[in-house]
Each structure stands twice: as C-alpha cells, then as structure tokens.
Design a protein. Structure first.
Length: 363
C-alpha cells in the first residue's frame, strides 16, 4: 500500500480558506540547486552555526576547482565563513555513499587556495569582487573579512552541507559518524510542497545539529605604528620591511593614517578629504602577498571622473602593478608591496600618487 503524501495547510493573506500543499518532487537536482542559489536562506544556517543568523550571504554556483569538478554551490557570508553545498535527490543512488566522498573531494581541492584565486573566480561568476559584494553591510571591515576568508582557505575550515529532498537513514548515520569523529558534514532535508494554485512551500530540517556553546570571537585590536612594524618584522624580508617604512612615512604626508582592526595582520589606510567625505586612497598590510589594495570604487561612487583614475592606473601598470585600467578603475584591486622595493619605482610611485591625490581633491 502506497504511503500517503504529507500535506501542509497554507493560507495567503488575501484568502480566508486554507489550501493544502502536497509534498511534491523537484524537477531534478538542478531545480534544487537553483532554489538554493536564488535564496541561500532556504537553508537554516543558524542551526549549523548559530552566529550566522542575519549575516549577508553570497552564493557562487558551480565553482570550478583545480584537478576536480564543479561544486554545486559555495556560499560565503559577511564574516568570511565558507559553506560547501552539494545537492542530491533521494532517487539518486549517489546519496548513499558517493555524495560524502564528493563533498570531501571538493573541500580537499578548495583547501590551500588563496584569497586572490577565490576572488578571481567570484569576479568571473558575479562580475564583482568578493569584497565588493559586502560593501553595503553596516560595520563590515574589509581587511577583517579578507583575513578570515584567507585563514579559512589555508586551514580548510569549511562548513560541509549536503542538501537533499529526503535524508535517508544511511546518509544520516554516515554523517553522524563523521561528526562524532571530528569531521562535520551536515545533511539538510529540504522537502518541497505545492498546492493546486502553484504556491510552493519548503520545509527545511538540519540533521546532526551540533550542541555547541556560543563562541566568543577573538577581540578586535587596533593597530598602531609600533605593533604594525613589530608584526611586519616577523613576516617580511628586510628589503620589504624598509619599503613598508618608506610607505608609512609617505602616507603620513599624503593624508590621515587610519589604523586597521585585523585580528591577525596589521593594516593601515590612508584617508583624504574628498567632497567633504573621508575617503581611503589605499590600505597596506604587514605581510607579503597581494593583500594591499586601492579604493578606486569609493572614489567613483563620489563622482570622480573615471579617466582620472584610469590614467593613474596606467602609471602604476608601468611600474609593474598587476592592474588593467579598463577592468580596475571601479574596483578595489590588490597588489604586493614588494613591487616597490626598487628605489626608482618607489620614487615614481610617490610622484604619481601625490599628483593623483591633488587631482582628486581639485576635481
């Protein structure tokens, strides 16, 4: 005897009568993926990580991984948390064991990538950098976010989530075993209902919900000149340390120093007054790599003519900065400070940056 399909009573505000949404099937795994990609909040993330509630989340569909395949969906939230989402239907035989191996393979190939790699992937998919996606979040700090994402990638600290239309006993047991052995994989059941009028209802449930006490995040610190250079001394070579000292001295003449709040890496920004607003020109980190960034997008938002920015970028490009005036004039492009270890390049950078700052103020 066939089991009776589950029904959910629903009523819309403009109707007095209740209608019955009957449990239905997804059109396929792509249908399920599109629902999650269209609105990540269909997954109750707060049951996986209580601190994720109300955080803005950006979905990236079919993220290609080196030497592997494409993830179904990767979600990054405003704090830098990374979720790998793999979808399967109960009718797919892979739900039994292969899906667990699949999500572990994706996590293994994402592990060790750097921020620049992920950022480039997001630009390809969404047309904006990862950081630009969160610029509208109140109180959001760019350097803290990028530091968090970098650490998650280097440590392989991801949240692994398998979303299915129905969690089977075997999937529940396998993932319960991995959690008890210190490897958290969360099965999420996302049951799908429709009524005769086409109204759709989703009923989510997270299995193996962790009973974890609220974790207090590391205290934010405010860097200063002394702590910044102490930190830099332990992370960069002598030549780059000298360049950082020269950059700091130049920055003090250029505008107002604004010290960062990063937990791990020291940062300072250089702010100028542009059209009665305090605007950052660039930010400098106490470590090696392409972590430093220009804030051209903020200048564009205040109405600065893009040709002015593009001309400055062309000068930077001639010094070896990995920039393109056609793609970076309205972004926050990153660079490695060691580009300026050459004295002649640094002198040229100072000259062109001071000229650029004066043109901005006069515009």
């Amino acid at each position: 005897m066939a089991s009776r399909k589950m029904r959910v009573p629903i009523r819309t505000p403009n109707k007095k009568e209740w209608s019955m949404a009957i449990e239905s099937t997804y059109k396929g795994e792509t249908h399920l993926q599109e629902i999650i990609y269209g609105d990540p909040e269909t997954i109750p993330f707060e049951d996986i990580n209580p601190e994720s509630e109300n955080r803005k989340k950006i979905p990236i569909k079919e993220l290609g991984l080196p030497s592997s395949g494409n993830t179904d969906v990767v979600i990054v939230d405003e704090s830098g948390e990374i979720y790998l989402i793999e979808t399967k239907l109960a009718t797919n035989d892979d739900i039994r064991r292969k899906v667990v191996g699949q999500i572990l393979e994706y996590a293994a190939h994402l592990w060790g990538q750097d921020f620049e790699w992920l950022d480039n992937k997001v630009k390809e998919k969404l047309g904006s950098s990862l950081s630009e996606c969160f610029q509208d979040v109140k109180g959001w700090v760019k350097e803290n976010f990028e530091e968090s994402v970098t650490n998650k990638l280097q440590e392989g600290s991801f949240k692994l989530v398998i979303v299915v239309d129905k969690v089977t006993e075997e999937l529940r047991r396998i993932t319960e075993f991995t959690i008890k052995r210190g490897l958290a994989i969360y099965p999420v059941e996302l049951r799908y209902f429709r009524d005769v009028g086409g109204t759709e209802v989703l009923v989510p449930r997270v299995f193996n919900v962790p009973s974890v006490a609220k974790v207090t995040p590391p205290a934010r610190r405010i860097w200063d000149e002394k702590s910044f250079f102490e930190d830099a001394r332990s992370k960069v070579d002598e030549r780059t340390l000298s360049t950082l000292h020269k950059m700091y001295t130049f920055s003090k003449d250029l505008g107002k120093i604004n010290w960062g709040h990063g937990v791990k890496d020291g940062t300072f920004g250089v702010d100028i007054i542009l059209r009665d607003k305090q605007v950052p020109l660039f930010s400098i980190f106490s470590c090696l790599g392409k972590r430093n960034w220009f804030s051209f997008k903020k200048e564009v938002e205040l109405g600065v003519n893009k040709t002015l920015i593009m001309e400055y970028i062309r000068h930077l490009k001639s010094l070896g900065f990995p920039l393109d005036e056609n793609n970076h004039w309205n972004r926050y492009p990153q660079f490695d400070i060691s580009i300026l270890n050459d004295d002649e390049k640094f002198a040229s950078f100072k000259e062109e940056t001071l000229k650029f700052k004066n043109l901005l103020v006069q515009s």
